[in-house]
Design a protein around this ligand. Structure first.
Ligand SMILES: [Zn+2]
Length: 555
């Protein structure tokens, strides 16, 4: 009997170790088959304020080498959304690259009220570093307020710092946050009187030769030319008439209509700043990205490099002219040409099939509310100043005290906690009293307490999105939500920031090494991008990533 039992145990042992061996070799085989050599270069493209429907609305007018190439060769995730509020630039870029939301990465806005130091801070502002490439303060920037790693950081750790990371955007935050804490460099554009690409001592002591050469060339100046439509304006049937009452425009030109003589408008519109607010800003970004690929020899060795590019200009154009404008249409038709030029450059320098590209946005945008109103669609404007006065007056009559509110910003009210304790007031009671009051105000549709965000776990709806955007250490005491298509903004132009589909629905296109051809309407989240890229590279996910790799896009 004993012998039999021993025999069974021994054979079980052999069977299980044989299975384990098989499993190991299977894993190895899988790995070899699916991952092969990792791409030499990951190119992340974030188009600031790109709505998903800019892909479909203008599709017939795009060429074959830009957006259409991504769709035809790669994978189109057609139902890709932000899964938190607020949908602003800094949280957007950070979430794409960290694979998580403000709850964890801490970038709760572009600017926010810092409860500890009792003043407003800028997401990338850093007085402990110096500007590089300019005498102005515009270079005093770093990612120090971002609490978690990006996939670019994880790639640096994985390659023992041999794979490079370069971040590029006209906006400092669009370059700095994606590139992460360990980037070799982030470069952003100082407009004003300079028109130069700059950086900070966080990255380097001085600009490398290729950047100096670029700045000393005449390339940027050459864009002070006429901005007219790329094709005959009468063919732009996918946008509203050029002359309407819903657009801003430039100082020094009476109507927001083509053409725009940028040389003549330069002085009244902030010098080089005006270029950022035209499609030529995208041209400058592409020129510089191509110079970076060459200057940094990106994608030339066995250690994967990361190039994070953000196209900031579409956001400026959208804010100025609005979602349905001819100016927005022209900006995207021209951006399509920039993408074609970038991909051709990558084919030539890195080689087709050696790189992987993803393209997404940091948020989308709402149609101009006054335009929607003209079409009888519910929309409107929120008067933030009147709101502030009303809430302050309410606090004074209710609690017989001044200074109970420290700050109102980003749809949040920050209470003076020490004053509350001093007066013996309970934080949650005061939060609820404010909610009961402001929910009666026009255009405030919902309001929540900071307390509810930390004590309840929301799994659906807007509550989940607010919670994902809520950082216990940094966010406010009361969070309020406007009605759909309501902005605290000028009567012209578009903006963003909400949890509604017009702000959350953005493209996610991937193509190149490791990416299948296909499309899906399955819902994906912006936080899935970083885990997907990590999976392609076989590296650790960013340390607080909450998204999932999109297995169905992988080859
Ligand atoms: Zn914006």
């Amino acid at each position: 009997m004993k012998k039999i039992i021993y025999g069974i145990l021994i054979s079980l042992f052999f069977v299980s170790s044989f299975q384990a061996q098989q499993q190991n070799s299977k894993n190895r085989t899988n790995k070899d088959n699916t991952i092969q050599a990792p791409p030499k270069l990951i190119v992340g493209i974030v188009v600031d304020q790109m709505r998903y429907d800019y892909l479909t609305r203008f599709y017939d007018k795009y060429g074959d080498g830009g957006f259409k190439r991504m769709v035809n060769e790669g994978f189109n995730c057609k139902n890709n959304h932000f899964n938190y509020v607020p949908t602003y630039t800094a949280p957007g870029h950070t979430s794409v690259y960290t694979g998580t939301t403000p709850k964890y990465h801490g970038i709760i806005g572009n600017n926010w009220y810092d409860k500890e130091i009792k003043s407003s801070v800028y997401c990338a502002g850093d007085d402990s570093v110096e500007s590089v490439g300019t005498e102005h303060k515009a270079g005093q920037m770093s990612p120090h307020r971002m609490k978690t790693t990006t996939f670019a950081d994880e790639n640096r750790l994985f390659t023992q710092m041999r794979g490079k990371t370069i971040g590029i955007a006209l906006k400092d935050r669009g370059a700095i946050l994606p590139a992460g804490h360990t980037a070799n460099a982030a470069y952003w554009f100082h407009g004003a009187d300079e028109g130069r690409w700059i950086s900070s001592t966080f990255y380097m002591a001085e600009l490398p030769k290729w950047v100096q050469n670029f700045n000393n060339s005449n390339q940027v100046e050459s864009y002070f030319k006429e901005w007219n439509t790329l094709y005959d304006i009468s063919t732009y049937t996918e946008s509203a008439p050029d002359h309407n009452t819903f657009e801003g425009g430039f100082k020094g030109k009476e109507t927001a209509t083509f053409p725009y003589d940028l040389g003549a408008l330069k002085d009244q519109n902030g010098g080089y700043e005006i270029l950022k607010a035209t499609p030529f800003g995208n041209n400058i970004t592409t020129d510089f990205a191509l110079a970076a690929i060459e200057g940094e020899a990106l994608g030339q060795d066995e250690f994967t490099d990361v190039l994070a590019i953000s196209y900031s200009s579409p956001d400026y154009v959208g804010h100025n002219f609005g979602v349905s404008s001819k100016e927005v249409q022209d900006t995207y038709l021209r951006l399509d040409k920039d993408l074609e030029r970038l991909f051709k450059g990558l084919d030539a320098k890195v080689g087709k099939g050696n790189y992987t590209v993803f393209l997404t946005a940091d948020h989308a945008a709402v149609e101009v509310p006054s335009y929607l109103k003209s079409l009888k669609i519910p929309a409107g404007y929120f008067d933030s100043r009147a709101f502030r006065e009303k809430v302050y007056a309410f606090m004074k009559t209710t609690f017989k005290a001044d200074e109970l509110i420290e700050n109102i910003s980003n749809n949040q009210i920050f209470l003076n906690r020490s004053k509350l304790y001093e007066m013996g007031l309970k934080l949650e009671d005061v939060q609820q009293t404010i909610i009961n009051e402001i929910i009666t105000y026009e255009h405030i549709d919902k309001a929540y307490s900071g307390m509810s965000m930390t004590q309840t776990s929301f799994t659906t709806g807007i509550e989940e999105l607010i919670q994902n955007g809520f950082n216990q250490k940094r966010s406010g005491d009361v969070i309020y939500v406007y009605d759909p298509a309501v902005l605290s903004y000028s009567l012209t132009g578009s903006s963003h920031g909400s949890s509604f589909n017009y702000d959350t629905h953005v493209p996610l296109l991937l193509f190149g090494n490791g990416i299948k051809h296909g499309q899906s309407l399955k819902k994906t989240h912006i936080t899935d991008i970083a885990p997907t890229i990590s999976a392609i590279l076989g590296i650790s996910f960013p340390n607080a990533a909450t998204g999932q790799p999109l297995e169905f896009v992988l080859e």
